[in-house]
Ligand binder design. Sequence first.
Ligand code: GLY
Ligand code: MN
Length: 463
Amino acid sequence: MFDAKIYSQRRRQLKEQLGSGLLLFWGNDESPMNYTGNPYHFRQDSSFLYFFGLNSPGLAGLVDVDEGRDILFGDDVSVDDIIWMGDQPLFKDRARGVGVDDTRPAAELRNTVKAAIRAGKKVHFLPPYRAKTVMQLGDLLGLRNGQVKDYVSEALIKAVVEQRSVKINEEIAEIEAAMAVAYEMHTTAMRMTKPGILESEIAGMVEGIALTQEGYVSFPVILTINGQILHNHFHGNRLEEGRLLVNDSGAETAMGYCSDITRTFPVSGRFTGKQKDIYNLVLRAQTTAIEAIGPGIKNREVHLKAVTVIAAGLKDLGLMQGDVEEAVKAGAHALFMPHGLGHMMGLDVHDMEGLGENFVGYDKSIKRSDQFGLAYLRLARELQPGYVLTVEPGIYFIPALVEKWAKEEKFKDFIDYERVKNYLDFGGIRIEDDVLVTESGSRILGKPIPKTVEELEEIVGSG
Ligand code: GLY
Ligand code: MN
């Protein structure tokens, strides 16, 4: 955990931002896999972690803006619990560690909230993303489950997004720690890769490395020779000579801070000429994008720069044609990169996505496009020092999409479908790094993970 002062300062800032009312932060509970006593890995709610720091189930935090009070609700473990869990520190001592002196039994939350509502106070809460939390909030606030979403507080969402978007040095250090784990995950996968082994052997090792560092994976590992399937969690294929392997994986630290890295490399350890051309194009798009990042720059402009590099490169290779700017404006390049350039990253791998993507990535000055491809850009707004974001361009040959567009003759002035058809067994390439916006530009976080053709050819299959 960070120093208690950091959590107190964050809550103080919220009080100033909101001005009045009760701010309710609902901690996550255990979530059963197949029966109650057999839960999934416990993951605390990220906003609860950010403002109240305690990483265990059964807690709720309340910031009473009018009274200037912070309260934590929870219970000490019973002797019965100690038999199964061992001794636990006292709840009041844990609360003090995050700057909260006022602790109350979990069961008292109901009376405290009801009394506040009777006194005419507004209860602000964030959008719940777990069914159980919807039910608990509905029960607490006297709302039907279907009504809960209508009562979430936009003012609280905006205040939380404003704070969580800008990472302080202590948070950057945690993200760097998650990057160090990702370095091991990715270089180990590269060394292990060779024809004949199963994706699952590598994916299991990658996930295991995250666990050995007292953390966890920041999202289910994507490790596949079918990189054209953007979020492919199937790990049952045997690696074959000639294929490319996409490894999109990251870790989260014990405190919940994330990394999210993608590397793509040939199973054989040697890129073919065709693979090298596409790989270097994606790499050029990625480095161009990273160089363009800086304070005051809109991330939508960075995205457009990256896809313009891709469209121009695909034209050089004969897969696209016509005027590059016009092709990008029309969205023709999205046949090859049908996703956005990246997202914020912090306590969530897609940081704060649960609060509503448009609150995080868009604002009054920039509205989400409805064009295929650009519509999936999660972060479009102006960047500020302290933001951490991913930069993850890709080129994919998705047979079903190519077939559909070719049949519709969609953007036929910009796409040479006859040539594209020669790439239908290519797969996909994505390259992703995590970048901090600094006062003067940007910095790639973590120790460099092999990324150039030469670096990859040296390490892949070497161990
Ligand atoms: N790394 C997975 C994603 O960004 O969606
Ligand atoms: Mn990502």
